[in-house]
Design a protein around this ligand. Sequence first.
Ligand SMILES: Cc1ncc(COP(=O)(O)O)c(C=O)c1O
Length: 390
Amino acid sequence: MSEDQNRFVADHVIGLPRSGIRDFFELVAAMKDVISLGIGEPDFTTPWHIREAAIYALEKGRTHYTSNLGLIELRREISAYVGRNFGLEYNPNNEVLVTVGVSEAMDIALRAVLNPGDKVLYQDPCFVSYHPTVLLAHGVGVPIKTDAESAFTLKAEEVKKSWEPGCKVLMINLPCNPTGGVAERAELEEIAKFAVEKDMLVISDEIYAEMTYEGEHVSIGTFPGMRERTIFLHGFSKGWAMTGWRLGYACAPADLTEAMMKVHQYSMMCASIVAQDAGVEALRNGDDAVKKMKQAYQRRRDLVVRRFNEIGITCHKPNATFYAFPNITSTGLDSKTFAKRLLEEERVAMVPGTAFGQYGEGFVRCSFATSYDQLVEACNRIERFVNNCK
Ligand SMILES: Cc1ncc(COP(=O)(O)O)c(C=O)c1O
């Protein structure tokens, strides 16, 4: 952008870094025969019965706005699903807000609660949008380190160490993109106690909960004193393979839901009615399809983790998500160089760990939401590349 045009752009937007993933995938798009382990979305198409519900919605002429909060049928299904699977009770009339993906839910949650300069604690490495979304809401991000030694689990000790005066919000993503990290129940309970002690609001993004392979998924909102200070975020993109539908939700006590609704109604108004009808079907009859996809991811996870460790890029076994996060320091390359050279020399795309935060250096993110055969071939190519680095 020229100097001249820049004068129209807000300072905090000029200062915003471009997504490391986007830059990288512009490179990938210009190449042939690339096996992409880069994009964070299921390779599965949305299950047919869910697509059929959307087709039927159109046939019935359901082409209008919905309530700002979302269709009441969908909010009832969400309330029942979240109660059943996460142990959290929300009133569908005033504590559930349907959004345009978890991306919008995160954005309106932050915009609804942050005053300029308020600080937000967040895991690092984390989903690429977290820090920019904080900055766009005029907040200040404060990273919490997670590391490979503890399989990128979120540690109460690190949360406490990172906390500083002015931290109003703790934003967590468990299970975590890009690391697959989770938190043990006891750790999470201690983090919850700390949030109460410091009177922090917790925004809990649990979009990967359905892909938990080992152990139980625990929601921070279930601990004493937490319901009143938790905004629970979830959506359909990952578990139900519905990224393109743009459907998610936020659940929170009524006052917080009302605050988010205000931001939502003046920006998005509502999520697409067709997507919302599909969402009702997904929650009513989608459990089997979700389970099947999860089984496929688990088999692929076991393959890539085994192969990465054989190849010499040490990789902890992620308990959840469809991401592996191997340590590539044995190659002597930094994350960016590793990813760039692997792409150029072997036509395999993985995202440099630094795209997800400062503590991502030394790692790359591998999305194993791609076919088993492709993963076998990708691992062979990675092996050749790593051997050439020696
Ligand atoms: C942790 C996390 N939260 C939110 C999102 C965005 O999800 P949605 O498609 O629902 O906007 C993603 C997408 O990759 C994610 O990884």
